[in-house]
Design a protein around this ligand. Structure first.
Ligand code: PEP
Ligand code: MN
Length: 337
């Protein structure tokens, strides 16, 4: 457990805390990171996080930081940025990744890429390997689809984001070569063999939250990638399974403040897979930016009714442009660019 003190802690407060630590026989060590004092409690102490949270001199308490030392904010108070192509993802750089659920053909991708760019998107998404519930559903164009994404990147300058599902060398090599940000989907969040392989490359990874994953499980999945050598991880909340059936998933907007406390990694929100219906996406995108997310990933299709996957949640090009205007108002209010 880590007890992180307020920046402006006084000598008196510090003495009070030290008296408390002594009287409760709590041992550990003091560390100072970027002007904030942290008391790192030794493992064998019975920790009482809520006792410390009530103290006015305490900024925050991280209970499980020892389990994910590389992803944890307690060892890295400053929030991280991840370089994706020529862009930075993280605080101060509002990211909007937009594009179709699946790459279908050249015209669909090009049309979408130019339109989302004109509306202000910073990155282009498009799945070429699709994790479909039914084995009979469209599975994606595979590496052929990657060539289309590459041409869209050359034409628009937008860095590309695509999902990798396999550890096969040919696919891994092609993604490392062509894709700027490798997406790991909800269904693979705990595919530990895949996570270990991702640790051996230095391409940035967009790690989506598993369908029913706790924060701890999600952070441990990020730690797998980082522990194997790749520090470039971005987390993406995309809704979790709950008892509600009206929406596809339930968007856990609290992921933003909870993760901010626990990790230094950038946080994106995917309102499309949370909602499952296009009419809810504008409201949740605004909420995500207001909550402090570093950006969004949104599904857009020039003709949603013809989309080969996730058609109910795809925004039209016009609806995406309209959403961007609304999001900008919230970003301006929050003093973000
Ligand atoms: C997707 O982005 O198209 C996708 C399949 O997402 P998720 O893994 O979050 O379901
Ligand atoms: Mn999708």
């Amino acid at each position: 457990m880590d007890i992180i003190l307020q920046k402006n802690v006084t000598e008196d407060m510090l003495s009070e805390m030290k008296r408390e630590l002594t009287s409760q026989k709590i041992s550990g060590e003091w560390i100072e990171v970027e002007g904030q004092l942290t008391f790192h409690v030794q493992k064998d102490n019975t920790s009482k996080p809520n006792f410390w949270r009530l103290k006015t001199y305490v900024d925050r308490v991280i209970e499980d930081a020892g389990s994910y030392p590389k992803a944890s904010r307690s060892n890295h108070l400053e929030l991280s940025h991840v370089q994706v192509g020529s862009t930075l993802i993280g605080p101060g750089h509002l990211t909007v990744i937009a594009g179709p659920c699946a790459v279908e053909d050249e015209e669909q991708v090009m049309k979408t890429a130019f339109a989302v760019k004109a509306a202000g998107a910073t990155h282009l998404r498009g799945g070429v390997f699709k994790p479909r519930t039914s084995p009979y559903a469209f599975q994606g164009l595979g590496l052929e689809g990657l060539a289309i994404l590459k041409r869209a990147k050359e034409a628009t300058g937008l860095p590309i984001v695509s999902e990798l599902m396999s550890t096969a060398t040919a696919e891994m090599d092609a993604f490392v070569e062509e894709v700027d940000l490798i997406q790991i989907g909800a269904r693979n969040m705990q595919n530990f063999a895949l996570l270990k392989e991702l640790g051996k490359i230095n391409k940035p990874i967009l790690l989506k939250r598993g369908l029913s994953a706790t924060y701890m499980e999600w952070l441990m999945a990020a730690e797998y990638i980082m522990a194997h050598g790749n520090p470039n991880v971005i987390l993406c909340e995309r809704g979790i399974r709950t008892y509600e059936t009206e929406t596809r998933n339930t968007l856990d907007i609290q992921a933003v403040p909870v993760l901010r406390e626990k990790t230094h990694l950038p946080i994106l929100i995917d309102p499309s897979h949370a909602a499952g219906r296009r009419s809810y996406i504008k409201a949740t995108s605004k909420a995500a930016i207001a909550a402090g997310a570093d950006g969004l990933i949104i599904e857009v299709h020039p003709e949603p009714e013809k989309a080969m996957s996730d058609k109910d949640q795809a925004l039209t090009l016009e609806a995406f442009a309209d959403l961007m205007k609304s999001v900008k108002v919230i970003a301006d209010l929050e003093g973000r660019k």
